[in-house]
Design a binder for this molecule. Structure first.
Ligand code: FEO
Length: 398
Protein backbone atom coordinates (compact mmCIF):
# COMPACT_ATOMS: atom_id res chain seq x y z
CA UNK A 1 0.00 0.00 0.00
CA UNK A 2 1.24 3.51 -0.79
CA UNK A 3 2.78 5.85 1.79
CA UNK A 4 3.42 9.22 0.14
CA UNK A 5 3.36 12.92 0.95
CA UNK A 6 2.84 16.02 -1.13
CA UNK A 7 5.75 18.43 -1.23
CA UNK A 8 3.99 20.94 -3.51
CA UNK A 9 0.73 20.71 -5.46
CA UNK A 10 2.29 18.49 -8.13
CA UNK A 11 5.41 17.11 -6.45
CA UNK A 12 5.24 14.02 -4.21
CA UNK A 13 7.67 12.41 -1.81
CA UNK A 14 7.62 8.75 -2.84
CA UNK A 15 10.55 7.58 -0.71
CA UNK A 16 10.55 5.19 2.22
CA UNK A 17 12.08 4.64 5.64
CA UNK A 18 14.23 1.83 6.95
CA UNK A 19 14.43 1.24 10.70
CA UNK A 20 15.79 -2.28 10.33
CA UNK A 21 19.19 -1.27 9.03
CA UNK A 22 21.76 -1.16 11.84
CA UNK A 23 24.71 0.28 9.98
CA UNK A 24 24.50 2.94 7.26
CA UNK A 25 27.08 2.13 4.56
CA UNK A 26 27.65 -0.93 6.77
CA UNK A 27 29.74 1.22 9.10
CA UNK A 28 27.77 4.02 10.82
CA UNK A 29 25.18 3.04 13.48
CA UNK A 30 21.73 4.49 12.81
CA UNK A 31 19.58 3.77 15.87
CA UNK A 32 16.88 6.08 14.45
CA UNK A 33 16.99 4.43 11.02
CA UNK A 34 17.18 6.37 7.78
CA UNK A 35 14.93 7.61 5.03
CA UNK A 36 15.60 7.19 1.33
CA UNK A 37 13.94 10.15 -0.34
CA UNK A 38 12.69 10.11 -3.89
CA UNK A 39 10.38 12.66 -5.49
CA UNK A 40 7.88 12.34 -8.32
CA UNK A 41 6.85 15.40 -10.34
CA UNK A 42 3.48 15.12 -12.06
CA UNK A 43 3.92 17.61 -14.90
CA UNK A 44 2.85 17.08 -18.54
CA UNK A 45 5.82 14.74 -18.52
CA UNK A 46 6.23 12.75 -15.30
CA UNK A 47 9.65 12.89 -13.69
CA UNK A 48 11.11 10.76 -10.91
CA UNK A 49 14.02 12.36 -9.06
CA UNK A 50 16.32 9.55 -7.88
CA UNK A 51 15.31 6.07 -6.77
CA UNK A 52 15.80 4.33 -3.40
CA UNK A 53 17.71 1.63 -1.62
CA UNK A 54 16.89 -1.95 -2.54
CA UNK A 55 15.70 -2.62 1.03
CA UNK A 56 12.68 -0.30 0.59
CA UNK A 57 12.05 -1.01 -3.08
CA UNK A 58 8.63 -2.58 -2.62
CA UNK A 59 7.25 0.43 -0.74
CA UNK A 60 8.92 2.75 -3.22
CA UNK A 61 7.29 0.99 -6.20
CA UNK A 62 3.86 1.05 -4.53
CA UNK A 63 4.27 4.79 -4.01
CA UNK A 64 5.18 5.47 -7.62
CA UNK A 65 2.35 3.36 -8.96
CA UNK A 66 -0.15 5.18 -6.74
CA UNK A 67 0.99 8.69 -7.68
CA UNK A 68 1.26 7.90 -11.39
CA UNK A 69 -2.31 6.59 -11.24
CA UNK A 70 -2.06 4.91 -14.62
CA UNK A 71 0.13 7.56 -16.29
CA UNK A 72 3.43 6.48 -17.73
CA UNK A 73 6.76 7.45 -16.21
CA UNK A 74 8.55 9.62 -18.76
CA UNK A 75 11.80 10.62 -17.07
CA UNK A 76 14.04 9.59 -14.23
CA UNK A 77 16.62 12.15 -13.09
CA UNK A 78 19.54 10.50 -11.31
CA UNK A 79 21.30 13.08 -9.20
CA UNK A 80 23.37 10.53 -7.31
CA UNK A 81 24.32 6.97 -8.26
CA UNK A 82 25.41 5.59 -4.88
CA UNK A 83 23.42 2.37 -4.42
CA UNK A 84 21.43 3.64 -1.42
CA UNK A 85 19.70 5.79 -4.06
CA UNK A 86 20.54 4.06 -7.33
CA UNK A 87 19.88 0.43 -6.42
CA UNK A 88 16.28 0.49 -7.63
CA UNK A 89 17.05 1.99 -11.05
CA UNK A 90 17.02 -1.42 -12.71
CA UNK A 91 13.63 -2.24 -11.18
CA UNK A 92 12.19 1.04 -12.48
CA UNK A 93 13.57 0.22 -15.94
CA UNK A 94 11.88 -3.18 -15.84
CA UNK A 95 8.50 -1.72 -14.83
CA UNK A 96 8.67 1.43 -16.94
CA UNK A 97 10.79 0.37 -19.93
CA UNK A 98 10.20 3.60 -21.88
CA UNK A 99 11.51 5.85 -19.11
CA UNK A 100 14.37 8.10 -20.17
CA UNK A 101 17.20 8.66 -17.70
CA UNK A 102 18.72 12.12 -17.24
CA UNK A 103 22.08 12.20 -15.46
CA UNK A 104 25.67 13.42 -15.62
CA UNK A 105 28.17 11.73 -17.94
CA UNK A 106 29.92 10.22 -14.93
CA UNK A 107 26.64 8.85 -13.53
CA UNK A 108 26.02 7.14 -16.90
CA UNK A 109 29.47 5.52 -16.58
CA UNK A 110 28.66 4.37 -13.06
CA UNK A 111 25.33 2.93 -14.25
CA UNK A 112 27.25 0.75 -16.69
CA UNK A 113 29.68 -0.26 -13.93
CA UNK A 114 26.74 -1.33 -11.79
CA UNK A 115 25.46 -3.23 -14.86
CA UNK A 116 22.15 -1.43 -15.30
CA UNK A 117 20.80 -2.19 -18.73
CA UNK A 118 19.64 0.94 -20.47
CA UNK A 119 20.55 2.86 -23.59
CA UNK A 120 17.86 5.40 -22.94
CA UNK A 121 20.12 7.93 -21.25
CA UNK A 122 20.38 11.66 -21.84
CA UNK A 123 23.46 13.15 -20.21
CA UNK A 124 23.43 16.74 -19.01
CA UNK A 125 26.11 19.20 -18.03
CA UNK A 126 26.34 22.29 -15.86
CA UNK A 127 23.54 24.74 -16.60
CA UNK A 128 21.55 22.56 -18.98
CA UNK A 129 17.81 23.19 -18.75
CA UNK A 130 14.99 20.78 -19.46
CA UNK A 131 11.30 21.57 -19.70
CA UNK A 132 8.77 18.95 -18.60
CA UNK A 133 5.69 21.07 -19.34
CA UNK A 134 5.02 23.70 -16.71
CA UNK A 135 8.30 23.00 -14.92
CA UNK A 136 11.77 23.96 -16.10
CA UNK A 137 14.63 22.19 -14.37
CA UNK A 138 18.26 23.34 -14.40
CA UNK A 139 21.03 20.85 -13.72
CA UNK A 140 23.94 21.92 -11.52
CA UNK A 141 26.99 19.70 -11.17
CA UNK A 142 28.02 18.93 -7.59
CA UNK A 143 31.11 16.72 -7.93
CA UNK A 144 32.27 15.06 -4.69
CA UNK A 145 29.10 15.95 -2.81
CA UNK A 146 29.59 13.12 -2.15
CA UNK A 147 30.61 11.10 -5.23
CA UNK A 148 32.14 12.54 -8.42
CA UNK A 149 29.02 12.01 -10.55
CA UNK A 150 26.72 13.93 -8.20
CA UNK A 151 24.59 16.79 -9.42
CA UNK A 152 21.63 18.71 -8.03
CA UNK A 153 18.51 19.70 -9.97
CA UNK A 154 16.76 23.02 -9.52
CA UNK A 155 13.16 23.49 -10.57
CA UNK A 156 13.07 27.19 -11.51
CA UNK A 157 9.26 27.11 -11.76
CA UNK A 158 8.61 26.46 -8.07
CA UNK A 159 12.04 26.87 -6.46
CA UNK A 160 12.53 23.22 -5.52
CA UNK A 161 16.15 22.15 -5.13
CA UNK A 162 16.70 18.41 -5.41
CA UNK A 163 19.86 18.49 -3.32
CA UNK A 164 21.19 14.91 -3.55
CA UNK A 165 23.31 14.13 -0.46
CA UNK A 166 23.54 17.79 0.58
CA UNK A 167 21.33 18.81 3.53
CA UNK A 168 20.65 15.16 4.40
CA UNK A 169 20.45 13.47 7.77
CA UNK A 170 20.33 10.06 9.38
CA UNK A 171 16.95 9.25 10.95
CA UNK A 172 13.68 7.90 9.58
CA UNK A 173 10.96 10.45 8.92
CA UNK A 174 8.12 8.68 10.73
CA UNK A 175 5.52 10.58 8.74
CA UNK A 176 7.01 14.03 9.34
CA UNK A 177 8.41 15.11 5.99
CA UNK A 178 9.23 18.74 6.66
CA UNK A 179 11.93 20.06 8.99
CA UNK A 180 9.36 22.54 10.37
CA UNK A 181 7.19 19.62 11.53
CA UNK A 182 9.86 18.48 13.99
CA UNK A 183 12.03 20.11 16.62
CA UNK A 184 15.06 19.90 14.35
CA UNK A 185 17.53 21.54 16.70
CA UNK A 186 16.55 19.25 19.59
CA UNK A 187 15.79 15.98 17.80
CA UNK A 188 17.61 16.01 14.44
CA UNK A 189 20.66 18.26 14.52
CA UNK A 190 22.98 15.69 16.11
CA UNK A 191 22.11 13.11 13.45
CA UNK A 192 22.35 15.70 10.65
CA UNK A 193 25.81 16.66 11.89
CA UNK A 194 26.87 13.03 12.22
CA UNK A 195 25.58 12.32 8.71
CA UNK A 196 27.30 15.35 7.18
CA UNK A 197 30.64 15.00 8.96
CA UNK A 198 31.05 11.28 8.34
CA UNK A 199 29.60 11.07 4.84
CA UNK A 200 30.51 14.38 3.21
CA UNK A 201 32.89 15.88 5.81
CA UNK A 202 36.02 15.23 3.76
CA UNK A 203 34.72 17.31 0.85
CA UNK A 204 34.22 20.71 2.51
CA UNK A 205 35.64 22.64 -0.46
CA UNK A 206 33.21 20.90 -2.83
CA UNK A 207 30.29 21.63 -0.51
CA UNK A 208 31.39 25.27 -0.39
CA UNK A 209 31.35 25.36 -4.22
CA UNK A 210 27.81 24.02 -4.22
CA UNK A 211 26.69 26.50 -1.54
CA UNK A 212 28.07 29.35 -3.66
CA UNK A 213 26.10 28.11 -6.68
CA UNK A 214 22.98 27.66 -4.52
CA UNK A 215 23.30 31.24 -3.22
CA UNK A 216 22.34 32.44 -6.70
CA UNK A 217 19.11 30.42 -6.77
CA UNK A 218 15.71 31.47 -5.47
CA UNK A 219 15.20 28.34 -3.34
CA UNK A 220 11.79 27.67 -1.80
CA UNK A 221 12.26 23.99 -0.95
CA UNK A 222 15.36 21.89 -0.30
CA UNK A 223 14.65 18.22 -1.01
CA UNK A 224 17.57 16.05 0.14
CA UNK A 225 17.98 12.32 -0.41
CA UNK A 226 17.86 11.57 3.33
CA UNK A 227 16.01 13.28 6.17
CA UNK A 228 13.53 16.16 6.29
CA UNK A 229 12.64 18.56 3.48
CA UNK A 230 13.33 22.25 4.17
CA UNK A 231 10.77 24.91 3.23
CA UNK A 232 11.67 27.56 5.84
CA UNK A 233 14.50 28.43 8.25
CA UNK A 234 17.05 28.21 5.42
CA UNK A 235 19.43 30.49 7.33
CA UNK A 236 19.57 27.95 10.18
CA UNK A 237 20.63 24.97 8.05
CA UNK A 238 22.81 27.04 5.71
CA UNK A 239 24.69 28.38 8.74
CA UNK A 240 25.34 24.81 9.91
CA UNK A 241 26.49 23.76 6.43
CA UNK A 242 28.76 26.78 6.16
CA UNK A 243 30.39 25.98 9.48
CA UNK A 244 30.75 22.25 8.82
CA UNK A 245 32.11 22.69 5.30
CA UNK A 246 34.66 25.31 6.38
CA UNK A 247 35.63 23.24 9.44
CA UNK A 248 34.59 26.11 11.68
CA UNK A 249 33.62 24.97 15.19
CA UNK A 250 29.95 25.40 15.97
CA UNK A 251 30.61 25.97 19.66
CA UNK A 252 33.34 27.18 21.94
CA UNK A 253 33.76 24.22 24.22
CA UNK A 254 35.88 21.17 24.94
CA UNK A 255 35.48 17.63 23.71
CA UNK A 256 37.44 15.32 25.99
CA UNK A 257 38.00 11.90 24.46
CA UNK A 258 39.84 9.26 26.42
CA UNK A 259 41.18 5.78 25.78
CA UNK A 260 41.64 4.01 29.10
CA UNK A 261 42.33 0.37 29.98
CA UNK A 262 42.10 0.17 33.77
CA UNK A 263 40.55 3.52 34.70
CA UNK A 264 43.63 5.64 35.41
CA UNK A 265 43.49 7.55 32.14
CA UNK A 266 39.74 7.85 32.54
CA UNK A 267 40.27 9.35 36.00
CA UNK A 268 42.64 11.95 34.56
CA UNK A 269 40.07 12.86 31.87
CA UNK A 270 37.37 13.23 34.51
CA UNK A 271 39.60 15.47 36.61
CA UNK A 272 40.26 17.74 33.61
CA UNK A 273 36.50 17.97 32.93
CA UNK A 274 35.88 18.81 36.58
CA UNK A 275 38.61 21.45 36.70
CA UNK A 276 37.26 23.07 33.52
CA UNK A 277 33.76 23.23 34.97
CA UNK A 278 35.14 24.71 38.20
CA UNK A 279 36.71 27.42 36.08
CA UNK A 280 33.37 28.21 34.47
CA UNK A 281 33.90 26.19 31.27
CA UNK A 282 30.80 24.02 31.43
CA UNK A 283 30.50 23.30 27.72
CA UNK A 284 32.47 20.07 28.08
CA UNK A 285 31.60 16.71 26.50
CA UNK A 286 33.41 13.61 27.75
CA UNK A 287 33.67 10.39 25.71
CA UNK A 288 35.20 6.98 26.27
CA UNK A 289 36.43 6.15 22.77
CA UNK A 290 36.23 2.42 23.52
CA UNK A 291 32.47 2.50 23.88
CA UNK A 292 31.53 5.36 21.57
CA UNK A 293 31.30 4.66 17.84
CA UNK A 294 33.82 6.77 15.98
CA UNK A 295 31.06 8.38 13.86
CA UNK A 296 29.75 10.07 17.05
CA UNK A 297 33.29 11.13 18.01
CA UNK A 298 33.82 12.69 14.58
CA UNK A 299 30.55 14.64 14.80
CA UNK A 300 31.55 16.00 18.20
CA UNK A 301 35.05 16.88 16.99
CA UNK A 302 33.41 18.95 14.21
CA UNK A 303 31.16 20.62 16.80
CA UNK A 304 33.65 21.77 19.45
CA UNK A 305 36.51 24.26 19.21
CA UNK A 306 38.83 22.40 21.61
CA UNK A 307 39.80 18.74 21.82
CA UNK A 308 41.57 17.12 24.76
CA UNK A 309 42.77 13.66 23.78
CA UNK A 310 43.83 11.16 26.43
CA UNK A 311 45.38 7.84 25.47
CA UNK A 312 47.03 5.00 27.23
CA UNK A 313 50.03 3.47 25.43
CA UNK A 314 49.43 0.12 23.75
CA UNK A 315 52.03 -1.86 21.79
CA UNK A 316 54.26 1.24 22.01
CA UNK A 317 51.59 3.19 20.19
CA UNK A 318 48.31 5.03 20.65
CA UNK A 319 45.49 2.81 21.95
CA UNK A 320 43.89 1.35 18.77
CA UNK A 321 40.45 2.97 19.13
CA UNK A 322 42.03 6.39 19.74
CA UNK A 323 44.35 5.78 16.76
CA UNK A 324 41.27 5.03 14.67
CA UNK A 325 39.65 8.29 15.81
CA UNK A 326 42.80 10.24 14.91
CA UNK A 327 42.95 8.54 11.51
CA UNK A 328 39.31 9.34 10.85
CA UNK A 329 39.77 12.99 11.81
CA UNK A 330 42.62 13.22 9.29
CA UNK A 331 40.67 11.33 6.62
CA UNK A 332 37.71 13.68 7.03
CA UNK A 333 39.96 16.74 6.81
CA UNK A 334 39.16 18.09 10.28
CA UNK A 335 41.09 21.31 10.85
CA UNK A 336 40.99 24.63 12.74
CA UNK A 337 40.98 23.01 16.16
CA UNK A 338 42.83 23.66 19.40
CA UNK A 339 44.15 20.41 20.84
CA UNK A 340 45.75 19.17 24.05
CA UNK A 341 47.08 15.66 24.57
CA UNK A 342 47.60 13.54 27.64
CA UNK A 343 49.34 10.19 27.49
CA UNK A 344 49.59 7.39 30.00
CA UNK A 345 52.07 4.51 30.16
CA UNK A 346 53.57 2.34 32.84
CA UNK A 347 56.77 2.04 30.79
CA UNK A 348 57.77 3.62 27.44
CA UNK A 349 54.75 5.99 27.22
CA UNK A 350 54.76 6.41 23.46
CA UNK A 351 51.12 7.38 22.86
CA UNK A 352 51.83 11.08 23.52
CA UNK A 353 54.41 11.74 20.79
CA UNK A 354 52.36 9.66 18.34
CA UNK A 355 49.18 11.63 19.09
CA UNK A 356 51.07 14.91 18.69
CA UNK A 357 52.50 13.70 15.38
CA UNK A 358 48.99 12.84 14.12
CA UNK A 359 47.40 16.08 15.34
CA UNK A 360 50.25 18.20 13.87
CA UNK A 361 49.26 17.00 10.40
CA UNK A 362 45.76 18.49 10.74
CA UNK A 363 45.59 21.92 9.07
CA UNK A 364 45.44 25.08 11.22
CA UNK A 365 45.64 23.12 14.42
CA UNK A 366 46.97 24.73 17.57
CA UNK A 367 48.64 22.42 20.06
CA UNK A 368 48.07 23.70 23.58
CA UNK A 369 50.74 21.64 25.30
CA UNK A 370 53.82 19.58 24.63
CA UNK A 371 51.92 16.56 25.83
CA UNK A 372 51.35 15.69 29.43
CA UNK A 373 52.63 12.27 30.43
CA UNK A 374 51.19 10.25 33.27
CA UNK A 375 53.17 7.29 34.65
CA UNK A 376 50.49 4.67 35.39
CA UNK A 377 48.33 6.95 37.54
CA UNK A 378 48.24 10.60 38.53
CA UNK A 379 50.60 11.77 41.27
CA UNK A 380 50.84 15.19 42.85
CA UNK A 381 53.05 16.49 40.09
CA UNK A 382 50.91 15.28 37.16
CA UNK A 383 47.72 16.34 39.00
CA UNK A 384 49.19 19.87 39.17
CA UNK A 385 50.10 19.68 35.47
CA UNK A 386 46.51 18.68 34.68
CA UNK A 387 45.25 21.67 36.65
CA UNK A 388 47.66 23.86 34.69
CA UNK A 389 46.30 22.35 31.46
CA UNK A 390 42.76 23.27 32.56
CA UNK A 391 43.98 26.86 33.07
CA UNK A 392 45.59 26.89 29.63
CA UNK A 393 42.43 25.57 27.95
CA UNK A 394 40.24 28.04 29.87
CA UNK A 395 42.49 30.92 28.81
CA UNK A 396 42.43 29.89 25.19
CA UNK A 397 38.62 29.78 25.30
CA UNK A 398 38.41 33.43 26.40
FE1 FEO B 1 22.95 8.56 0.49
FE2 FEO B 1 26.11 9.35 -1.11
O1 FEO B 1 24.43 8.55 -0.74
Amino acid sequence: MHCVRKVTDDLYWVGANDKRLNLFENIHPIPRGTSYNSYLLMDEQTVLFDTADWSVCRQFLDNIEYVLDGKKLDYMVINHMEPDHGASIEEILLRYPDVKIICSVKAADFMRQFRFHTDNVETVKEGDVKSFGKHQVTFVMAPMVHWPEAMVSFDTTNGVLFAADAFGSFGSLDGKLFADEVNFDRDWLDDARRYYTNIVGKFGANVQNLLKKAAGLDIKYICPLHGPVWRQDFDYILDKYNKWSTYTPEEKGVMIAYASMYGNTEAAANILATKLCEKGIANVALYDVSCTHVSYLIAEAFKYSHLALFSVTYNLNVFPVMANFLEDMAALNLQNRTVATVCNGTWAPQAGPKMIEAVSKMKNTTLLNEGLTVASSLNEDTYAQLEQLADTIAESLQ
